[in-house]
Design a protein around this ligand. Structure first.
Ligand code: GLU
Length: 549
C-alpha cells in the first residue's frame, strides 16, 4: 500500500541529501556573516523593513559575508500588485544593496534561489515529506468549524487555546483513519508533531537580547497550508538552512517564536543559525512609549519619507543613528566617509528598548546633509524629487534654472552653509520669491510687518535708498549705504548705543535690513541680503522696494 507521505506528495521530490548538494555550504572566510531580510509584499513598506535591511547588509558587508533579499510571499491573500517591485526599488534607491536575492521583473541573483518563497514549493514539500515519513509531522483534516469549536471549549474551561496535547485530534489517528480521510478527498494541512512540553523551559541565547528562558512549544503548528505553501515558521527554517544564513536578524516580534523555530530546526536535524532580534523603532504617544504603528503613524511608512522629500541619505544616516549610538560620533569624525562604511557592532545595537523616532533629529541631519551639497546638486535632486511629487515646483525650477541655482547658491559652502532646507519640498519657499508670479506681497501687509515706521517714513526712507542704490556696489559699499540710511533715519549703528538709550532710536541696523528682507522676500528672515539682491537683479529690487513708496 502507498505510504501516507507518498499519497500526500505523489510527485517526485528531491531528497534532503540532494538539496544539501544543490545548496552547498558557502565558502566564506571565518567570521563572515550571511544575513537576509525577508519582507512580505503587502503593499506597505514599513520603515522597520528598511532599517532591518540596512542592518543586515551592513553586517554582511563588514564581515566579508553575504546579504540577500528574500521575498516572503507565501500568504497569497495579502499580496498586492506592484508591492514587490516597490520593496526592491526602495532598497535600491536608499542604497541598501544585497549580494543576492530577488530582483526586478521577477529575476533573481545568486546561486541559492529562487529567492521568492512562492517559487520554492518543491523545496518545502521535500522537507515536509521527510518529516511526515519520520512521523514528525502529520496531516490534519480538522475543519475550521471544528477548530472554532475546540477553541470555544478551551476558552470555557479557561485553558490555553490551540492545537496541542489532547486537543490535537489528528495527532494520534491511525493510518487507516488518515487513508480514509485522504480517500474522501478532504482538505488538510500538515502539522508538526510538537515534541515539547509547556511545563518545561527552553533556554537559548539571542545575540541581542541575551539569554532567554521560555516554555517549550507544544502546539502542533501548521507547517504546510492546504494550498501547498508553507507557513512563515517553516519557510524561514527551510530557507535559512538551505540559503546558509548564519544570522537571522529580524524584528523582536518573532522572539516569542524562537522555541518553535529551534524545534523545527531540530526536527529537520539541522544546526540553527544565530538569532539577533532587534528592538523596533518607537515613538512617544501621550507620555508612553510604543512601536510605530502602520495605522496611526505616517512615519511608519518608507513611502512617507519619499513623499515629504527627505533626502535618502539623510534617512539612512538617521536610521544608522537610531540603530547604533556610535554612528553619530563616528560620522562627526569622518564627515566625508560614506555612512555605509560605519563599523556597526552588535554591541552598539544592544541595550536599547527600541530607539525613539524623532523628527527634529531627522530634520537636523537632513539640513546638515543638504547644506553639504553644492547648489547644482541641490538643484538636480530637488528637481528629480519634484518631477515625481510636486509639479508646481518642477515647473518653477525649469522656468529659469540659472536663477534657481543662483538662489540656492546663496550662503552655500563651508561650515556656515545655510541650513534652512530640510526637505526637497522646502526648496519651493526658498526660491519662489525670486519669481514675480510667485510673489504676492501687498503694500498693507508689508507696512504691517514693519510697524515701527509710519507709511510716510517708510516711503521716504525707501525713496532715499533708491537714489543711492547701485547694483554694482560690492558688499562693503552696499553695507555702508545701509548704515548711512540707518544713521540718517534714527536707527542706532551699534546695538550697545540702542541698549543704553532705547528711547533715542527707532531701532538698530538689523531693523533696517529687515525692511529690505520684507519688501524683497516677503519674509522677516532671509539668507544673506546682499546676495539676495545680487541674484534678484536691479529691476526687481527697484520694483519691489517701490511697493511702499
Ligand atoms: N516576512 C517576515 C516579516 O515580514 C520576515 C521575518 C524574518 O526576517 O524572518 O516579518
Amino acid at each position: 500500500m502507498t505510504s501516507i507521505a507518498d499519497r500526500i506528495f505523489p510527485a517526485p521530490l528531491a531528497s534532503l541529501a540532494e538539496l544539501e548538494q544543490r545548496f552547498p555550504q558557502r565558502d566564506l572566510p571565518e567570521g563572515a556573516m550571511v544575513t537576509r531580510v525577508g519582507p512580505s509584499p503587502t503593499g506597505f513598506m514599513h520603515i522597520g523593513t528598511l532599517y532591518t535591511g540596512l542592518i543586515c547588509s551592513q553586517f554582511a558587508r563588514q564581515t566579508g559575508g553575504v546579504a540577500f533579499l528574500r521575498i516572503e510571499d507565501t500568504d497569497r491573500r495579502r499580496l498586492v500588485e506592484g508591492a514587490e517591485a516597490f520593496l526592491i526599488e526602495a532598497f535600491k534607491r536608499y542604497g541598501v544593496t544585497f549580494d543576492e536575492g530577488a530582483d526586478l521583473d521577477g529575476s533573481d541573483r545568486g546561486a541559492y534561489g529562487p529567492y521568492r518563497q512562492s517559487e520554492r514549493e518543491a523545496v518545502y514539500k521535500a522537507c515536509v515529506k521527510a518529516l511526515v515519513e519520520k512521523g514528525l509531522a502529520y496531516p490534519c483534516f480538522a475543519t475550521s468549524e471544528e477548530l472554532d469549536a475546540l477553541r470555544e471549549q478551551q476558552d470555557k474551561a479557561g485553558l490555553r487555546t490551540g492545537y496541542y496535547g489532547q486537543w490535537a485530534t489528528w495527532r494520534n489517528k491511525s493510518e487507516d483513519e488518515i487513508h480514509a480521510a485522504l480517500d474522501a478527498g478532504k482538505d488538510f494541512v500538515i502539522r508538526l508533531r510538537a515534541p515539547g512540553k509547556h511545563s518545561r523551559k527552553i533556554r537559548f541565547e539571542d545575540v541581542l537580547f541575551g539569554f532567554r528562558q521560555m516554555p517549550e512549544n507544544d502546539h502542533d503548528v501548521v507547517i504546510l497550508k492546504s494550498e501547498g505553501l508553507p507557513t512563515y515558521h517553516f519557510a524561514h527554517v527551510v530557507d535559512d538552512h538551505f540559503m546558509r544564513t548564519t544570522h537571522v536578524i529580524r524584528g523582536d516580534e518573532w522572539l516569542v517564536s524562537v522555541p518553535l523555530h529551534l524545534q523545527l530546526f531540530e526536527a529537520m536535524g539541522w544546526e540553527p543559525p544565530a538569532y539577533a532580534h532587534i528592538a523596533p523603532i518607537n515613538k512617544m504617544d501621550e507620555g508612553s512609549r510604543r512601536k510605530l504603528s502602520k495605522r496611526k503613524d505616517p512615519e511608519a511608512s518608507v513611502a512617507y519619507f519619499e513623499q515629504q522629500g527627505y533626502p535618502r541619505q539623510a534617512v539612512i544616516d538617521y536610521l544608522l543613528t537610531l540603530a547604533d549610538a556610535a554612528f553619530e560620533p563616528w560620522k562627526q569624525e569622518n564627515p566625508d566617509t560614506d555612512s555605509l562604511d560605519f563599523p556597526m557592532t552588535f554591541k552598539g545595537l544592544k541595550g536599547s528598548s527600541g530607539p525613539l523616532f524623532d523628527f527634529v533629529k531627522l530634520g537636523n541631519i537632513s539640513r546638515h546633509y543638504i547644506a553639504s551639497l553644492s547648489a547644482q546638486e541641490v538643484y538636480d535632486r530637488a528637481l528629480a524629487w519634484a518631477d515625481a511629487h510636486d509639479d508646481a515646483l518642477a515647473a518653477l525650477m525649469r522656468k529659469d534654472p540659472e536663477q534657481v541655482r543662483s538662489a540656492l547658491d546663496i550662503e552655500r559652502g563651508g561650515d556656515t552653509s545655510r541650513k534652512d532646507i530640510e526637505t526637497w519640498a522646502d526648496v519651493s519657499k526658498e526660491v519662489s520669491y525670486f519669481f514675480d508670479d510667485h510673489f504676492a506681497l501687498q503694500a498693507d501687509e508689508a507696512r504691517a510687518m514693519l510697524s515701527y515706521l509710519t507709511a510716510d517714513e517708510l516711503a521716504a526712507m525707501m525713496g532715499q535708498y533708491l537714489e543711492m542704490y547701485d547694483p554694482a556696489d560690492d558688499r562693503e559699499a552696499w553695507f555702508a549705504k545701509l548704515r548711512t540710511l540707518a544713521d540718517q533715519n534714527g536707527f542706532a549703528l551699534r546695538p550697545n548705543d540702542y541698549k543704553k538709550n532705547p528711547d533715542a532710536y527707532r531701532g538698530v541696523v538689523a531693523d533696517v535690513a529687515k525692511i529690505f528682507r520684507v519688501l524683497l522676500t516677503g519674509n522677516e528672515r532671509s539668507p544673506d541680503l546682499y546676495s539676495v539682491m545680487q541674484v534678484m537683479g536691479e529691476d526687481k529690487v527697484r520694483r519691489r522696494i517701490a511697493l511702499v513708496m
